[in-house]
Design a protein around this ligand. Structure first.
Ligand SMILES: Nc1ncnc2c1ncn2[C@@H]1O[C@H](COP(=O)(O)OP(=O)(O)OP(=O)(O)O)[C@@H](O)[C@H]1O
Length: 360
């Protein structure tokens, strides 16, 4: 980014484009921490709405995580800015015992829970978050480091869902420096969370090496463009997988998902893997299936299909079997615990399906 671009003010047309997704909602809750990015969200969303005769009702919420002594004062400062702008503001406290480790993840889960409940109580159907292009680039790096697949590498989407609530991120293509300049230009104070620089946490460590990566070409615009391309490819593959599943899937009266083995084996690998993953997700009782485990299971299933052999495994609480050319995916039957062992044996009516499963 050229230095001049970082200073570029936001014009009316750009604001219309950025806040277009707000137009589908009668009430939008702005998540404002008091940091520079979300203070810019507050100022720009207010300016956009003030310039229109009709549009959503905007309100603001700040979560006080109660992890730092200054957090209550920071939340009050956001309240003061909101009063000046004529917007309603709520402080949501994260009460109770805080975990000793995994603080960022626990704080994030608590924050989203508090914001979602508050949005529901106000009848807001959208929650606006101020993630920037720099955050998006960091998310791509984080997901690469964790071995994510294409869906994960697509990082954050401009609009996504959390239950009934739409999560809207208007700034995913906007450099943080431009938002900081906007807030400074408006003469509004903002807070800096020292956690953003704490080297005990992964994101600040990635932030610390950002300049070195950018010098090698891995800069925020390039990483964010990669995320957009990954999102586009992921959406296309998801559609193809849905169509393929519809062609070779049958639902049994007991709720089991059944697939024609030959049709499944003839699909491109990525598509059959997605068909399998979607079926496992639909029947899983133990959360999101892990991609690496799904890939191993998929390879084993294809090998069994190739040999015409029986197959039986479990993943995320779903049971996947193959016999006589039909693949079946259903919730795994109840497990019997082996005391003192890390291995449990599945109880099943079919002897070939009796499998062992290692606990995570
Ligand atoms: N305590 C909070 N209260 C309300 N919203 C929050 C809070 N913390 C984060 N958010 C929302 O989530 C977005 C991303 O959070 P993250 O912690 O990544 O932000 P950040 O880089 O510290 O941004 P900011 O400069 O706005 O604080 C914020 O821009 C904001 O919209």
């Amino acid at each position: 980014m050229r230095a001049a671009d970082a200073q570029l003010p936001f014009g009316g047309e750009e604001l219309d484009r950025l806040f277009l997704p707000f137009q589908c909602h009668a009430r939008v809750l702005l998540a404002v921490s008091g940091g520079p990015d979300s203070t810019a969200l507050l100022l720009l969303a207010h300016a956009w709405r003030a310039g229109r005769a009709a549009g959503p009702d905007l309100s603001v919420a700040t979560v006080d995580h109660r992890l730092r002594p200054e957090s209550a004062a920071e939340a009050r400062s956001v309240g003061a800015v909101c009063r000046r702008l004529g917007l309603s503001h709520a402080v949501l406290d994260w009460m109770g015992e805080k975990p000793r480790s995994g603080i960022p993840a626990a704080a994030r889960a608590a924050r989203y829970g508090l914001l979602a409940r508050h949005a529901a109580s106000r009848g807001a159907t959208a929650l606006a978050l101020a993630h920037t292009r720099d955050d998006q680039a960091e998310t791509v790096l984080l997901r690469l480091a964790r071995g994510s697949g294409l869906a994960g590498l697509a990082a954050m989407r401009p609009v996504s869902r959390m239950g009934a609530l739409a999560l809207v991120r208007p700034f995913l293509d906007i450099p943080k420096a431009r938002l900081v300049a906007e807030v400074r230009r408006a003469g509004v104070d903002f807070a800096e969370d020292p956690g953003n620089r704490d080297p005990r946490f992964t994101r600040p460590r990635l932030r610390a090496i950002a300049a070195a990566l950018a010098a090698e070409g891995l800069d925020a615009p390039r990483l964010a463009a990669f995320a957009r391309r990954a999102a586009r490819a992921d959406a296309a593959l998801a559609t193809l997988a849905e169509e393929a599943a519809a062609r070779c899937r049958a639902m049994r009266p007991d709720g089991t998902l059944a697939f024609d083995g030959a049709g499944f084996a003839a699909l491109p690998e990525e598509i059959s893997l997605r068909v399998l993953l979607d079926a496992v997700r639909a029947q899983a009782t133990e959360g999101e299936p892990e991609l690496g485990k799904a890939e191993r299971l998929h390879a084993g299933l294809l090998a069994a299909l190739g040999r015409g052999a029986r197959f039986g495994r479990t993943l995320a609480g779903a049971q996947i079997t193959h016999a006589a050319g039909t693949i079946r995916v259903r919730p795994a039957p109840p497990r019997e615990k082996c005391s003192g062992s890390q291995i449990r044996r599945d109880v099943d009516t079919h002897p070939w399906q009796a499998t062992t499963r290692h606990l995570d």
